[in-house]
Design a protein around this ligand. Structure first.
Ligand code: GAP
Length: 512
């Protein structure tokens, strides 16, 4: 099965088992908007908790806030979003479909890459064990031709984007003979900039001055509260402010499931430091954030840094933590050294001093900022896509299992009476009633035990606790492990401690 087919199965599975539903489905959906179902919301809350506690609880100098989505419109002028939060767009005149010009070109580049990879696979089959991929890529004429084209197109695209040259971007689409995937024609409009912010109107003002934006990032809510938090919390630099919340972007390219959405959630932390210290903190936060990801146990090889060569005008260093999604390595988190840009801009636009008096140096200054910004939905997708496994068992049966880290799994354990009589359901309920105080558990007595195990595998429940006839005499139950399917007999009295050790967030936080 191809990666694409597995990804399609994953999306269907996420819907079938209550993780993610398309928004407004009974009205045929709303593109790039999704709802989290009964399983999804539990898992999402667990991810949030892991992030929040790793920031706010483990770091004595980081506190959290929850700022409003609506903010004064001048904030978005100060931050640069009104003027420059744009994507270059192009329309196909026949299909009337709108595309991001750079994404059309990136898709073209991806096709060239696919062509090269296919050629390499052919070579691998032909030469068997003696195949040397590096040498093949450096000498095969077909691969070399595609590679030369790839380099040329990539360079032209990068230059056009860097110079904001929309004419050059369009010319590249024409030169590459890129056609609209819907109409198949190359009948393109000019490329224009399109602002990604959603706007609406304040109730009591009818003209332009009443325009208000849905925040495109949570970070600005932190910057404008810098003084409030610093003063009321008596925070001393270096210190951080963390926030989890919704952000909205009118994305034109809406695809890859919950990877790129119009309404999504961010987990952001702004760390305020003394000017001049920012590089040391940038390095530290890069390492800290990578360790946070790796502690999830999805596989260290699935992460890589992508350092930005071209920096935004306000940054003096930036990197992405990329994750290997089913559609390739893509950005999961951004870590940026934002200098004093945001606070200085708010100082300028609001007329308020955004300064800190440093008792150690006896100086006042606008602090520098290191930002860590991670998409909650992308983290969800990273975990779900690595967890999703279609497995053939030794007895010939098949199962779909979600190998979600136990601390993140929506349901921690299922309590299952072996049969629906002989006092077993009563005993199982008794166990369930004590466990549910500490853990999210499910009780299930319907169908054969095998079917019930499969249902729990499909939602990623790491442990099934089976109550059988012996339980009534020896007060022991069987724990069945999701990943290995092995079983272990344990006393009921020890269940809480055993389970807590395995599913508590401590199992992740302890690694940091
Ligand atoms: N405050 C900095 C900031 O917003 P960003 O790189 O634009 O930086 C940060 O976004 C993170 O938010 C990304 O790494 C990604 O995980 C997530 N993100 C951005 N746009 C998204 C979208 N349309 N859908 C889902 N997640 C998104």
């Amino acid at each position: 099965m191809t990666q694409e087919e597995v990804f399609k199965n994953l999306i269907a599975h996420a819907k079938e088992y209550g993780f993610i539903f398309p928004s407004s489905e009974i009205y045929d959906g709303l593109s790039a908007v999704y709802d989290y179902g009964q399983m999804g919301v539990e898992m999402k809350n667990n991810i949030k908790k892991y992030w929040w506690e790793s920031m706010v609880r483990l770091n004595e100098n980081i506190v959290g806030i929850d700022s409003a989505i609506f903010m004064h419109p001048r904030i978005w002028e100060a931050s640069g979003h009104v003027g420059a939060f744009n994507d270059p767009l192009i329309d196909n005149k026949d299909s009337k479909k709108r595309y991001r010009a750079d994404v059309l070109i990136e898709d073209y580049l991806a096709k060239l890459e696919e062509k090269m990879n296919k050629e390499v696979e052919k070579g691998r089959k032909k030469f068997g064990d003696s195949f040397n991929e590096e040498q093949f890529r450096a000498t095969n004429p077909n691969v070399l031709r595609s590679k030369t084209k790839w380099d040329e197109v990539h360079q032209r695209m990068t230059e056009a984007l860097n110079q904001n040259d929309l004419v050059a971007l369009r010319q590249l689409i024409i030169d590459c003979e890129i056609a609209c995937p819907i109409s198949g024609t190359k009948n393109w409009t000019e490329v224009r900039q399109f602002n990604l912010m959603f706007s609406t109107q304040l109730g009591n003002i009818s003209d332009e001055s009443g325009i208000i934006y849905l925040r495109p990032e949570t970070a600005q809510g932190i910057f404008v509260n810098f003084l409030n938090v610093q003063k009321t919390g008596r925070m001393k630099i270096p210190f951080g402010i963390a926030q989890i919340g919704k952000a909205f972007r009118n994305e034109i390219v809406a695809r890859q499931f919950i990877f790129r959405m119009r309404e999504f959630e961010q987990m952001e932390m702004q760390f305020f430091v003394r000017p001049g210290d920012e590089m040391q903190w940038f390095k530290k936060w890069k390492a800290t954030r990578l360790a946070w990801h790796k502690a999830l146990g999805l596989g260290d090889e699935k992460y890589r840094f992508h350092d930005h060569e071209k920096l935004a005008h306000y940054a003096n260093a930036a990197t992405d933590i990329e994750f290997e999604f089913p559609f390739g390595f893509k950005e999961l988190e951004g870590i940026h050294s934002r200098t004093d840009f945001d606070l200085s801009q708010h100082q300028k636009f609001s007329g308020r001093k955004m300064q800190y008096f440093d008792p150690e140096t006896n100086e006042s200054y606008v602090p520098y900022v290191i930002e860590t910004s991670i998409g909650l939905d992308r983290t969800f997708l990273a975990i779900l896509s690595s967890a999703y496994t279609e497995e053939k068992l030794e007895n010939g049966e098949e199962r779909v299992v979600l190998r979600i880290p136990p601390a993140i799994a929506p349901v921690k354990m299922a309590v299952l009476p072996l049969i629906k009589k002989d006092g077993l359901p009563e005993k199982a309920h008794e166990i369930m009633n004590t466990l549910k105080i500490d853990f999210n558990c499910q009780y299930d007595e319907k169908d054969s035990i095998g079917k019930r195990y499969r249902r729990q595998d499909a939602i990623g429940t790491p442990f099934c606790i089976t109550v059988d006839h012996d339980t009534l005499n020896d007060n022991c139950v069987t724990i069945r492990y999701r990943d290995t399917m092995t079983q272990e007999r344990v006393p009921i009295d020890a269940l809480r401690t055993i389970m807590d050790e395995k599913v508590n967030l401590r199992s992740l936080l302890g690694k940091l």
